[in-house]
Design a protein around this ligand. Structure first.
Ligand code: PLP
Length: 358
């Protein structure tokens, strides 16, 4: 079975097997990692190692804090404005899909959120233009964007020229999929349930200069400074999720790190987009310059065949290909854990389905 779910998404089989083996007897202690104190030596050691592994994988500079928080991606839609803007300050937003749109309405509860750029159409397909430097008010507290829109399959790999305004990126569906220069960002955050581990957890990488600015109403457990000062244990952390994230980081290091996984991700995405582009039976609505390598929505030229495609794919072991209800059609999410064999199986299935139904 190959699981193309957008999230919670498939995790590396090697990690799941290890977690299964360790489930009731972690570190030969005779208990599960879920059943021990987060303040105990074993858990603290695990937590420190997982942070270090993530720092190594992403080459996080020393003047950034790495936080393991609760509340997933949407939790950060609120935590970011609460932590780094005051209620009368402005936050700037690029809206390129469903998630960056959601971040605007949440931020607007806590500051003055302003949209400075949106997806447009180019050659009949979704395209993200770069904002003009003149659109970026240098008094703004930050500029928020989502480099990979999970629902829409829209991505871009350039950074907005924001001058002195800190960049805040929602990397929920792209973190650890390719090398990035962390020093260009004020904050990177990600809900865990795609390339990191189980849902509920969020990883936040925040430059130290942005600490100590939280609004006084910020709930303590959402406060970056409180979280950093308490090594992400101000309240009891989601211990199992953190442990599993640690296993995923170890796995990624063993696989050759982010450079190697990016090579594989490029290959997988190319395989799938080639299959879509080479056929009139399948279509992509996203411009070739803005196509996600993690989430690949595609449509059948004949939408009345959608249900048949999905049920036959499911029978063939190709799971969770139904597109998001906002977009329709199909969506194949091909995160780090998806092997190239899974994408090849999908491409073969698509070709056979076209042969028999085209
Ligand atoms: N941001 C992006 C890019 C996402 O894909 C998601 C969820 O899939 C979220 C935010 C929201 O995450 P959560 O459901 O963990 O709050």
């Amino acid at each position: 079975v190959f699981n193309f779910s957008a999230g919670p998404a498939m995790l590396p089989p090697a990690v799941m097997l290890r977690a299964q083996n360790e489930l009731i007897n972690w570190r030969d202690g005779g208990t599960s990692v879920m059943e021990i104190s987060h303040r105990g030596k074993d858990f603290v050691e695990m937590a420190e190692k997982s942070e270090q592994d993530l720092r190594d994988l992403m080459a996080v500079p020393d003047d950034y804090k790495v936080l393991f928080m609760q509340g997933g991606g949407r939790g950060q839609f609120a935590a970011v404005p609460l932590n780094i803007s005051s209620s009368n300050e402005t936050s700037l937003h690029m809206v390129t899909g469903s998630w960056s749109k959601g971040a605007v309405s949440e931020a607007n509860k806590f500051n003055n959120a302003v949209v400075i750029g949106e997806t447009t159409q180019r050659e009949g397909k979704a395209f993200v233009p770069q904002p003009e430097p003149s659109d970026i008010d240098q008094r703004a507290a930050y500029l928020h964007f989502c480099p990979n829109e999970t629902v829409d399959g829209i991505a871009f790999d350039w950074l907005p020229e924001s001058g002195d305004v800190p960049l805040v990126a929602d990397m929920s569906s792209t973190i650890l999929s390719q090398p990035i220069d962390v020093s260009r960002y004020g904050i990177i955050y990600a809900g865990a349930q795609k390339n990191i581990g189980p849902s509920g957890l969020a990883v936040v990488i925040v430059h130290e200069s942005l600490l100590g600015k939280a609004q006084s109403v910020t709930p303590s457990f959402m406060d970056y400074t409180q979280t950093a000062d308490n090594n992400s244990m101000y309240n009891t952390p989601p211990t199992f999720s953190w442990y599993l994230a640690g296993l995923v980081f170890e796995w990624l290091k063993e696989e050759g790190g982010v450079e190697e996984i990016a090579r594989r991700n490029n290959h997988k995405a190319q395989l799938l987009y080639n299959a879509i582009d080479q056929s009139d039976f399948y279509r992509s609505q996203v411009h070739s310059a803005c196509r996600s390598k993690m989430n690949v929505p595609f449509q059948l030229a004949e939408p009345s065949l959608d249900d048949k495609f999905l049920s036959m794919a499911d029978e063939a072991g190709l799971k969770a290909l139904k597109g998001h209800r906002f977009v329709g059609g199909m969506r194949a999410s091909i995160y780090n854990a998806m092997p190239v064999e899974g994408v090849q199986a999908l491409v073969d299935f698509m070709s056979e389905f076209e042969r028999t139904h085209g």
